[in-house]
Design a protein around this ligand. Structure first.
Ligand code: ADP
Ligand code: MG
Length: 318
């Protein structure tokens, strides 16, 4: 017999993550939590739809990881510490193998980032839809915003860019047929690394920050808009993974491919020297790629010194 709704919740969604700091979790009409004194709550929600954001037949363990990690990335971008999340799940049927793997993916990620599942909603529908609403805490007035970039600030990005977009070409291939570099790219797509520790380290340093979900040009564009400034970046400075380095379209992917979930942030020139230390402590490359300028345009400067407007679009080859 098919599993009932409440049995399903009890079996697959109870006791995920640490209940520390949670007053009341799953089982009542609302969850309850008390934010620590001197902190603001940081709230965000993201929805993943089957065959739009992931292949419907993808490994449910990885779908869960991706869903929670992309939400965590929004907390990273504002410098918040993860606290709790709720899950609205729509499924066409209650396949227990699917649910067990999905639940394991959520649990492993929740443990890794010390965050608790405190409630949700479970419904039947025509396709898989996963909405995760996430809550974090950040010391009052210390959140990193998109709106704080100032003329002359240096522009940095974490990690490598373009990997997740490059992985899309391998999505349909079964994993046993993939070589090591394709496996790496796929792991960047399904298990991005929300840069929580970096966001927290940047609280007192960065003037603006955003997580790169739509591509560097598009997301840096959001900082420029909200801060009413322009920028010149040098695409040749972008750090590329070994898997991407020899591809002709690598820089295009890095500039315009989405789903990387690295941070792009701006730092006053006087604080730039702190980046090396943070990069070392977090074992995470932080690369200076350009400068904030007056105006409202985004420019790319080539190695030959030629500067031209950079479209803020997503990757153009698809
Ligand atoms: P209500 O009808 O009051 O909205 P539900 O019957 O939908 O409550 O859910 C019962 C309890 O189980 C609630 O505490 C709810 O937050 C939790 N819950 C439901 N679905 C999920 C889920 N997918 N993940 C986590 N908790 C869930
Ligand atoms: Mg209710």
């Amino acid at each position: 017999m098919a599993i009932g709704e409440f049995e399903l919740i009890a079996r697959y969604f109870s006791a995920i993550g640490s209940a520390r700091q949670i007053d009341l979790g799953i089982g009542d009409d609302c969850a309850l939590l008390t934010p620590p004194a001197g902190h603001q709550l940081a709230l965000s929600i993201d929805t993943l739809v089957a065959d739009v954001h992931f292949p419907a037949n993808a490994d449910p363990y990885l779908i869960a990881q991706k869903a929670l990690r992309t939400n965590l990335s929004d907390l990273a971008a504002v410098g918040a510490q993860p606290l709790a999340f709720t899950l609205a799940l729509t499924l066409s049927n209650a396949d227990e193998n699917w649910l067990a793997a999905f639940s394991r993916g959520l649990r492993d990620c929740a443990n890794e980032f010390d965050i608790a599942l405190i409630g949700g909603d479970t419904t039947r529908g025509p396709t898989i839809v996963i909405s995760i609403q996430i809550t974090g805490i950040v010391p009052t007035h210390q959140a990193l915003l998109r709106s704080g970039a100032r003329v002359d600030d240096a522009i940095f990005v974490s990690g490598t860019l373009g990997d997740a977009r490059a992985a899309l070409q391998s999505l349909a291939v079964t994993s046993s047929q993939l070589n090591a570099q394709q496996q790496f790219l796929l792991s960047r797509y399904y298990t991005p690394s929300p840069r929580i520790a970096l966001g927290i380290a940047l609280r007192d340093i960065a003037t603006a920050a955003i997580d790169i979900s739509d591509g560097l040009a598009a997301d840096l564009g959001h900082i420029l808009e909200r801060s009413a400034v322009g920028a010149i970046i040098e695409p040749e400075k972008l750090l590329l993974s070994v898997a991407l380095r020899n591809r002709a379209d690598a820089i295009d992917l890095a500039l315009h491919g989405g789903d990387d979930y690295e941070l792009c942030f701006t730092v006053p020139q006087t604080k730039k020297n702190m980046m090396q230390n943070i990069a070392h402590q977090l074992a995470l490359p932080l690369t200076e790629i350009g400068t904030i300028v007056a105006g409202d345009e985004l420019f790319a400067r080539a190695t030959n010194g030629r500067t031209q407007p950079l479209p803020r679009s997503g990757y153009s080859h698809f």
